[in-house]
Design a protein around this ligand. Structure first.
Ligand SMILES: [Zn+2]
Ligand SMILES: [Zn+2]
Length: 158
């Protein structure tokens, strides 16, 4: 309520201020930002991703919940949970997919496709034993998931 201009306080760590990236659904009714760096990025080849997205692979970016902020259309977000491990979210206006909450990891998968300005860099392919689309990019192909995420951590051939 003060008319006095607040000095801009920047909390710059060694890597500088955390960057934010804009995201939106297919129609734009839902808008959001992600801030900082994701915990992980890659491609998921599992059957659940495939059948829900109707696409052969899912390009994922995993973020701490506090890094994801809905800025518009929160009431337009629909949700479906086939299992308590994945709360899949989409825009009720256009049907465009947005996120999958993974409460057991305390991470949110923000689909790389809905944050077009984010410099997406896949590090790994997961659930590759279920693949329907072999991708020869030289990146590691895990049979299921990394050990620290409850998988075997075993790598398989491209
Ligand atoms: Zn939409
Ligand atoms: Zn998947």
């Amino acid at each position: 309520m003060s008319s006095v201009a607040q000095p801009t306080k920047k909390h710059e760590g060694q890597s500088g201020a955390a960057k934010s990236y804009q995201g939106a659904c297919f129609c734009g009714a839902v808008q959001f930002t992600v801030t900082g760096e994701p915990a992980a990025m890659g491609y998921c080849h599992c059957e659940s991703c495939r059948t829900w997205s109707a696409g052969p692979v899912n390009a994922f970016t995993l973020w701490k919940p506090e890094a994801v902020r809905i800025t518009r259309g929160a009431d337009q977000i629909g949700m479906f949970a086939k299992t308590p491990r994945s709360y899949r979210k989409w825009c009720k206006s256009c049907g465009g997919h947005l996120f999958t909450d993974h409460p057991h990891w305390n991470l949110i998968d923000v689909y790389a496709a809905v944050i077009p300005d984010f410099p997406y860099q896949a590090a790994v392919h997961v659930n590759y034993q279920e693949t329907k689309l072999h991708i020869h990019d030289g990146k590691p192909k895990l049979k299921d998931l990394p050990k620290e995420m409850g998988g075997s951590g075993v790598a398989i051939a491209e």
